[in-house]
Design a binder for this molecule. Structure first.
Ligand SMILES: NC(=O)c1ccc[n+]([C@@H]2O[C@H](COP(=O)([O-])OP(=O)(O)OC[C@H]3O[C@@H](n4cnc5c(N)ncnc54)[C@H](OP(=O)(O)O)[C@@H]3O)[C@@H](O)[C@H]2O)c1
Length: 327
């Protein structure tokens, strides 16, 4: 494993992290034994960064990570980056809530599910423009003082709002949508994004010494290069809700992966290694929070650590992906 250090976080972080969303069953039938295998494979390979959220599996992802962590006793060997601010009702309809009352309730729920007394990086999952920034930031300060959280992260925020938070509290990390084909994209599923990752977020995290966590590094699997056509997701798979996987958008992305696959064949590495490697070459990227459905996928993705894309390869790739830079 390789590790990176940023100014605003004390620990060294593995350049490959683990995204825990699909432990919860939102992608397909998840199975906790399979999750245990993935987690143990991650630990064996030196991964020390776990990105998770209460809403993943509507609490199941945190519960299963908490149980496995307790069983194997590795809490003190990893950094847990959980989130708050995305609440759900009985019909699982979600809403954004960064009010003091809600955060104080959410943190105790997360700590109990994770069976720990603190969360290392506590991230605001999405902006909530109905709650004053000062109220949210002061609540985070309280949590830090109480020892329930160590660092603060913002996920999916405009850089203007990040600056407003910084008037009250140090922001240690940022997380946003970023992969070879979604570099400055303006939407995630049906949600408009308030930031352009490559143009706005990357320069800012670099200037500030914040950790940067790109999410969906493989474009939810499309950049694995293994799709033959539109993937036939099972009925419950959250990816059915991604408009980029329906026409007219899908063909534009899919055709690009075919071009990338040709290049992958030429250089003799599968596209998932190239997509992970491309992120790894960016100095701003601290840890790539990759999702994996099984330990084989995780090991495949870890192979990106065994070689480097050369400067010429990065230029060749840029020529292929440049037309989608703002899509
Ligand atoms: N902050 C936010 O708002 C936000 C939003 C989204 C995600 N996230 C975080 O980011 C993490 C990762 O993002 P993501 O899960 O959306 O997308 P991703 O990492 O781009 O894609 C993960 C999926 O790609 C497929 N895959 C992975 N490795 C593969 C391989 N070697 N070969 C073939 N297929 C492979 C698997 O699905 P199949 O095998 O089923 O195709 C896997 O579940 C999440 O777990 C979560 O922690 C955060």
């Amino acid at each position: 494993m390789l590790y990176k250090k940023v100014k605003k976080i004390e620990e060294e972080i593995s350049v490959i992290g683990i995204g825990c969303w699909n432990f919860g069953g939102d992608w397909d039938e998840s199975n906790d034994k399979n999750t245990e295998d993935i987690i143990l494979t991650a630990l064996d390979n030196g991964i020390n960064f776990f990105d998770i959220a209460p809403v993943y599996g509507f609490s199941h992802s945190e519960t299963v990570l908490g149980n496995i962590m307790k069983k194997h006793g590795f809490r003190n060997h990893i950094l847990i980056a959980s989130k708050c601010g995305l609440r759900w009702d009985e019909s699982r309809k979600t809403r954004n809530d960064l009010s003091r009352k809600s955060i104080l309730w959410e943190i105790d729920q997360s700590l109990s599910r994770l069976q720990t007394d603190h969360i290392d990086i506590y991230q605001l999952h999405w902006p909530d423009h109905t709650t004053p920034i000062e109220e949210t930031a002061e609540t985070l300060k309280e949590l830090k003082k109480a020892g329930k959280i160590r660092y603060v992260g913002l996920s999916n925020f405009s850089q203007g709002d990040v600056r407003k938070y910084e008037k009250y509290i140090e922001v240690n990390s940022q997380q946003s949508l970023y992969n070879m084909l979604e570099r400055n994209t303006l939407s995630y599923h049906n949600i408009p994004l308030e930031y352009k990752t490559e143009e706005e977020v990357l320069p800012y995290v670099k200037e500030q010494g914040q950790a940067f966590l790109p999410y969906s590094p493989l474009f939810q699997g499309l950049l694995s290069g293994t799709w033959k056509d539109k993937n036939n997701f099972s009925k419950n798979d959250i990816r059915n809700e991604n408009p980029k996987f329906s026409e007219p958008a899908f063909s534009k992305y899919f055709n690009k992966t075919q071009e990338l696959n040709e290049y992958a064949n030429k250089i003799g590495h599968p596209l998932y290694e190239i997509a992970m490697n491309w992120l790894r070459q960016k100095e701003e990227v601290t840890t790539i929070i990759a999702g994996a459905n099984n330990s084989e996928q995780m090991i495949q993705n870890l192979h990106c650590l065994n070689w480097d894309l050369t400067t010429q390869m990065m230029l060749d790739l840029e020529t292929i992906i440049e037309p989608l830079k703002y899509l």
